[in-house]
Design a protein. Structure first.
Length: 88
């Protein structure tokens, strides 16, 4: 796999399988079905990720806007908000 690719290992596996098994119709059909299922799940995960990061950004903006009002009446880390951490 090229270091510049943005495909996950599973997508790369399916693409390689489709590329090298073009003469085996049943295997290609099976790989295509599994590949489509994988892409559907990946799309759901990406939508979930995007929704949560957007919500975290919006809540952070609200906290920043109201920080001076909250600061005098609030203990450290007592604000009810969503934060999103992502690891690569």
């Amino acid at each position: 796999m090229s270091p510049r690719t943005d495909l996950c290992d599973t997508c790369q596996h399916f693409q390689n399988g489709l590329h090298y098994n073009t003469h085996k119709e049943e295997e290609v059909k099976d790989l295509l079905k599994k590949y489509k299922d994988h892409l559907t799940k990946a799309r759901l995960e990406r939508n979930y990720y995007n929704k949560n990061t957007k919500l975290a950004i919006e809540q952070r903006k609200l906290i920043n806007q109201n920080y001076l009002l909250i600061k005098s009446n609030t203990k450290y880390c007592s604000i009810n908000a969503i934060a999103h951490y992502s690891y690569d």
